[in-house]
Design a protein around this ligand. Structure first.
Ligand SMILES: [Fe+2]
Ligand SMILES: [Fe+2]
Length: 314
């Protein structure tokens, strides 16, 4: 256990983001809450179920994280305090937009009550916990969302063949998740500044294990629930989720490396350099804007191959 490095982290966070970027809250209003088709991810029911299951839990999950960080705003100062404000503004906007997206899921014929119940139970589990525990859980959820978001920015095939308006929503959310990935971590380091390095490391490692297990079980359950509504049996749904989630090139498999990084003593989210991914994400968003606005009033929904390449490679 590298207590020296683990206890040295608050100084790092006080110095701000070593990549030099500051959070900024982007103006975003989704153009549509209507899914182009039931399986809106290029007709792939498994990829659609994965993203739908995530979207359903975002509004309540993000509200939980906003509430977990809010009490620390007035106890911090400078860049960290500013980061908390921007984090809250970003998550509030994500939550608002995914409420709209979730209406689209319901309109596509899905019953999302069971998924909503699962996230309500997760949030209520923490209702009696201390502020530091809620903050620690938030730090871990943020690690999970950041590594999934980074993977979506890194490998364009995850969102290939999707409606441009919907893709814009997911890319915008992914960019901001990567951008603010260290805020909850830095606040937790501030909140636990009196703790020993060993206690910090043990606590955050145990929390990530628990949160990851809950995330894996509940999000897979959510996907299986949606796939059952598509006609799959429960055992087949579980099998297909594992198979598609952890196949070569799949998100589950690709995020294992950065997930494990968190357990390293002295870890800080900014040690994973995502600065190029942020630029790439911003460029993809700008290119989608160009394509959709260049359509001169035509309804451009699903990107043909050439437009897709433009949007991704710009
Ligand atoms: Fe978010
Ligand atoms: Fe986040």
């Amino acid at each position: 256990m590298d207590q020296q490095t683990e206890t040295a982290m608050p100084a790092t966070q006080r110095d701000g983001n070593p990549q030099g970027s500051r959070l900024h809250v982007r103006r975003f209003r989704g153009g549509t809450t209507k899914l182009a088709e039931r399986h809106w991810v290029r007709g792939d029911m498994y990829a659609t179920a994965f993203l739908n299951a995530l979207s359903v839990v975002f509004p309540r999950g993000e509200s939980f994280m906003i509430e977990a960080l809010h009490p620390w705003k007035d106890r911090t100062e400078g860049q960290l305090r500013e980061d908390i404000s921007n984090f809250i503004a970003q998550e509030a906007a994500h939550s608002r937009e995914h409420v709209g997206f979730n209406k689209g899921i319901i309109d596509a014929g899905y019953d999302i009550e069971a998924l909503d119940r699962a996230i309500r139970q997760f949030v209520s589990f923490f209702s009696g916990c201390s502020e530091v525990t809620k903050l620690g859980a938030t730090m871990c959820i943020e690690h999970l969302t950041a590594i999934v978001a980074a993977e979506m920015l890194k490998n364009r095939e995850h969102l290939e063949g999707t409606d441009l308006e919907l893709r814009k929503l997911w890319l915008w959310h992914a960019v901001e998740e990567v951008e603010h990935k260290a805020v909850a971590f830095d606040v937790w380091m501030f909140a636990t500044r009196e703790w020993s390095g060993a206690r910090r490391w043990l606590t955050r490692s145990a929390l990530l294990l628990a949160v990851s297990l809950s995330f894996f079980i509940n999000r897979t359950r959510g996907q299986v629930e949606l796939l059952q509504q598509d006609g799959l049996s429960k055992p087949n749904g579980w099998w297909q989720c594992i198979r598609h989630g952890f196949a070569k090139g799949a998100i589950g498999r690709n995020v294992m490396g950065p997930w494990i990084e968190f357990f390293r003593p002295g870890f800080h989210p900014h040690q994973i350099d995502d600065s190029e991914l942020l630029i790439r994400g911003e460029n993809m968003l700008a290119a989608i804007k160009l394509v959709t606005e260049g359509a001169a009033g035509d309804v451009v929904r699903t990107a043909p191959a050439t437009q897709d390449r433009l949007a991704i490679n710009a």
